[in-house]
Design a protein around this ligand. Structure first.
Ligand SMILES: Cc1cc2nc3c(=O)[nH]c(=O)nc-3n(C[C@H](O)[C@H](O)[C@H](O)COP(=O)(O)O)c2cc1C
Length: 333
């Protein structure tokens, strides 16, 4: 994705979309939420102040093999400055196999490097206005297309793509990894309380707990409880650690997400984990109940510090221990 010109600020996204029957609006809404802070508007409501946004997501439905005329006009009219900005394109359509080729026309205005993706759309025959019903009936007679209700919208794919875009955006104004790791380590060592989030399926739980940070991992000591009901089913968890703040200028916090190991007495790593807390084998033996250890190895660390603005870094810094990329189907043609 192309770089942007502002430094040290919260990155803002502008989602410009068109939608006659609501499907593209629903996708645009999800992008606006995941990529927030954001604004969302139809082309005719686009205003000058939105030009300073850091990312533009442009979404269109496909009607009769074409992008929406208002989106085509918007892109054509604004191509000169849009070409200097990070832009991502999406469409919703029924013929997913043709998907991104529908967006080729927009690529000619914006450049081939602009990422583009097609999401499955919706067709509700009862909602169609007379012109659209006639056009589709004619098309169906000509081609054998069966005009019936269709729902190909996959919000899981939409959310995954929006998250991948967010991750790319987060690569902008990152501080050098070594420095970020050092700051994250300092933050974790100088705090001792966190909220542990566990969950499985629709069941979720947030538990305030003490933690210990050692060798890049979070250790939580517990005699038992409902959180383990989720951890035995889903060995992933997230923790949030944050400072009390008095204004938006001194917001500091961290979210770590990673794999969880639950260590019971006698299991590998349990004794070492208790030793980190200064507990000896004799002390452990004297406990009235088993002390379990939740060991979290983070693969994603998000550090938010609004004072980073002063250093011209993005206020949200992300460390990842895996390489996340868009799947080949989602890459531009
Ligand atoms: C009149 C009409 C023509 C359409 N033409 C196409 C088309 O050529 N190719 C395609 O894949 N989908 C086509 N569709 C499906 C739409 O792209 C899909 O329903 C889309 O999600 C609608 O977006 P909206 O709900 O935001 O208006 C057409 C739908 C209508 C109503």
């Amino acid at each position: 994705m192309r770089s942007h010109g502002r430094r040290g600020l919260m990155l803002r996204t502008c989602v410009v979309y068109e939608s006659k029957y609501g499907t593209t609006a629903e996708v645009a809404r999800a992008f606006a939420l995941v990529l927030g802070p954001s604004r969302m508007c139809r082309p005719e409501m686009f205003s000058e102040d939105l030009k300073s946004s850091d990312l533009f997501v442009i979404g269109t439905p496909i009607y009769n093999g074409e992008v929406a005329p208002s989106i085509r006009r918007f892109v054509e009219t604004n191509a000169s400055w849009l070409r200097e900005k990070p832009v991502a394109l999406f469409c919703t359509c029924i013929k997913l196999h043709k998907g991104r080729t529908y967006l080729t026309e927009l690529h000619t205005f914006l450049g081939d490097e602009v990422p583009a993706v097609a999401f499955g759309g919706r067709l509700r025959t009862a909602d169609l206005d007379r012109d659209d019903r006639n056009a589709l009936t004619f098309y169906a007679k000509r081609t054998g297309f069966i005009l019936q209700d269709r729902d190909l919208l996959d919000m899981k794919a939409v959310a995954a793509y929006a998250l991948a875009l967010r991750e790319r955006l987060e690569c902008i104004d990152l501080m050098p990894e070594k420095e970020l790791r050092a700051r994250a380590d300092r933050f974790l060592r100088t705090h001792s309380e966190c909220v542990l989030a566990t969950g499985h399926g629709r069941a979720v739980r947030a538990t305030p707990v003490d933690y210990l940070y050692a060798d890049g991992r979070i250790y939580i000591y517990s005699e038992g409880g409902a959180k383990f009901a989720y951890l035995v089913q889903n060995p992933r968890a997230s923790v949030a650690i944050y400072d009390h703040h008095t204004s938006m200028e001194d917001v500091r916090g961290m979210q770590l997400t990673g794999g969880v190991e639950v260590l019971r007495p006698g299991e590998p790593g349990h004794e070492e984990a208790l030793a980190l807390r200064g507990l000896t084998a004799d002390e452990i033996a004297a406990f009235p109940a088993d002390l379990n250890v939740i060991r979290i190895t983070p693969d994603e660390t998000v550090y938010l510090d609004t004072s980073l603005k002063k250093e011209e870094y993005a206020v949200r810094q992300v460390l990842r221990d895996r390489t996340f990329s868009l799947s080949p189907r989602q890459q531009r043609p």
